[in-house]
Write a protein of this length. Structure first.
Length: 202
């Protein structure tokens, strides 16, 4: 048995498992008077996610799209962000049937079945996507704009005074050095360093 055949068998098992879980859950929900809960949909989201992964691994893109459409619906439904009504039940039932048919198809028959069902799969996924209420899909977070900092006028005046004072000291020292014929000494540099550090701190 080749690795590809083994993975195809894995897909069949996962598709069959997902199909059975969907069918069983729909039957249970029809018979129950209470509204669905996240616990009803969470297992279905996981089952269809696994089937999707298996389909993609073996290159069955349409089957992967079908499983993804079902997964996205169940994920949204578990969060209370998807409509669950007669129309959606019909679509979910059709999706379950398609997965079951794919799981039982042998050899090249599975590819033939996918080609024949391509349009049906597309419409089914579109119908499920419409059931997901606005805002349940990926959203770009709106970042709150940070308020523009307001300058403390008192501190601003202090900075201006410090800057003017140290700037004057630096100009005076540099002018003296420029006029002096003596080599540059450490004591000549110190006032400049003090002024620079003071400005940095301000």
């Amino acid at each position: 048995m080749s690795a590809q055949t083994s993975m195809l068998d894995l897909f069949r098992l996962e598709a069959q498992s997902a199909a059975r879980s969907i069918a069983a859950t729909l039957t249970r929900l029809k018979e129950r008077d209470k509204s669905p809960t996240p616990e009803d949909f969470d297992p279905l989201a996981k089952a269809t996610a696994t089937a999707k992964s298996a389909a993609r691994i073996v290159g069955l893109a349409p089957a992967g799209d079908l499983a993804q459409g079902l997964e996205e619906y169940f994920t949204a439904a578990a969060k209370g962000e998807a409509k669950f009504d007669a129309t959606r039940i019909k679509l979910l039932s059709a999706g379950s049937t398609l997965l079951a048919q794919l799981s039982s198809a042998e050899g090249e028959a599975i590819n033939d079945h996918l080609v024949e069902s391509a349009e049906k799969i597309a419409k089914l996924c579109q119908g499920l996507a419409k059931a997901i209420t606005a805002g349940s899909g990926p959203r770009e977070e709106t970042k709150a704009k940070a308020p523009k900092p307001k300058a403390d006028t008192g501190m601003l005046e202090l900075f201006r005074s410090e800057a003017a004072q140290h700037s004057k000291a630096m100009r005076s020292t540099l002018a003296g050095l420029a006029e002096s014929a003596e080599p540059l000494q450490a004591e000549n540099i110190e006032p400049l360093l003090i002024a620079a550090h003071s400005l940095d701190g301000a």
